[in-house]
Design a protein around this ligand. Structure first.
Ligand SMILES: [Zn+2]
Ligand SMILES: [Zn+2]
Length: 151
């Protein structure tokens, strides 16, 4: 059963999943600002096998703030960023929240790289954990806890 779906602006790339995300997080690193073209990026974290993707994608590898590569998947036609595959967390994908058909379904619980957070970003009380750096170990622990609670 499809629980969430989304895609790019032109409709070439579509995806669907039967799961809720393991974690929804905001990233305030400078690289994400450049990659996304916006002041902050919000990702829904999924296991790679949990999302069915159709359509022609291109990949752009870039070095993340951790020094490891993230492989950015984007629509070959409209250029919309759809997801990132981070080498630092193998087997997971970060789906860009804005690509979901209903991005209102999610709110970030965790934020990382808060030291480069825009001063205008105050959140709406949804953030429960904030890390000045990439908080990788803590995020892996959160992923594990949330995985058990999903249906
Ligand atoms: Zn497209
Ligand atoms: Zn980032």
């Amino acid at each position: 059963m499809i629980k969430h779906q989304g895609g790019c602006h032109c409709g070439n790339v579509r995806y669907s999943t039967a799961y809720d995300p393991m974690l929804v997080m905001a990233c305030h690193c400078r690289t994400c600002k450049k990659i996304s073209g916006v002041g902050m990026t919000v990702f829904a974290v999924y296991g790679e096998g949990e999302v069915d993707i159709e359509g022609e994608l291109k990949t752009y590898p870039y070095r993340g703030e951790s020094g490891k590569f993230v492989h950015q998947g984007f629509c070959s036609k409209c250029g919309n960023n759809i997801f990132g595959n981070p080498e630092i967390l193998e087997g997971v994908m970060y789906l860009h929240l804005g690509s979901f058909d209903n991005p209102q379904a999610f709110a970030p619980k965790v934020e990382i790289w808060s030291k480069t957070k825009p001063t205008w970003f105050t959140g709406e009380g949804c953030i429960v954990e904030s890390f000045e750096d990439n908080g990788t170990i803590e995020r892996i622990q959160l992923l594990m806890e949330n995985m058990d609670q999903r249906q």
